[in-house]
Design a protein around this ligand. Structure first.
Ligand code: CMX
Length: 131
């Protein structure tokens, strides 16, 4: 059911600064996109078939702003690709996991995404991405 890693999300205070830093490490910037619904601006840096996703909050009430305030910058979530996101959610729910999104929403790149609560996944925010 799980196909591969889609990306690892890293919460940063300043996206442009973080992109410059990752470029110095040898990463290439593919694109920067604003995901208005999630109140974030994201930069995608490919790593083979996967990506690093640098995330900057665009509002003080963004999930990313709250995360940085509480825990500082760092790994915010991991995202895996699934063939059928509705089925993945149904399966997780049936197995007693706490879903943040009962139904998929549209995330970066226009893809269907949904989050599982970190309290039910050993402290790691998990994102399903269809495709
Ligand atoms: N990873 C692990 N734990 C996290 C976390 C994260 N990313 N975010 C919050 N937590 C922890 C908190 O530290 C807190 O733990 P304690 O109770 O031990 O203090 C607990 O989860 C609850 O946190 P909270 O502050 O009460 O709840 P929030 O209002 O911050 O909401 C969460 C947390 C995960 C439900 C919320 O961030 C959410 O809905 N996330 C999904 C959407 C999202 O993250 N969007 C941004 C990325 C978008 C993208 O990739 O495009």
């Amino acid at each position: 059911m799980i196909k591969k890693f889609d990306h690892i999300g890293i919460a940063v205070k300043n996206l442009d600064e973080a992109v410059d830093l990752y470029k110095k490490l040898g990463f290439e910037l593919k694109e920067i996109e604003e995901v208005a619904e999630q109140k974030v601006r994201v930069a995608m840096l490919p790593v083979g078939e996967s990506k690093i996703e640098l995330l900057e909050a665009t509002s003080d009430d963004s999930a990313v702003a709250k995360f940085i305030e509480k825990r500082g910058e760092g790994v915010h979530h991991i995202a895996v690709n699934v063939e059928d996101i509705e089925k993945a959610l149904e399966n997780a729910k049936a197995n007693g996991l706490v879903l943040i999104d009962e139904k998929p929403r549209i995330g970066a790149g226009g893809k269907k995404v949904a989050f599982v609560h970190p309290k039910s996944t050993k402290g790691v925010l998990l994102e399903f991405v269809e495709g």
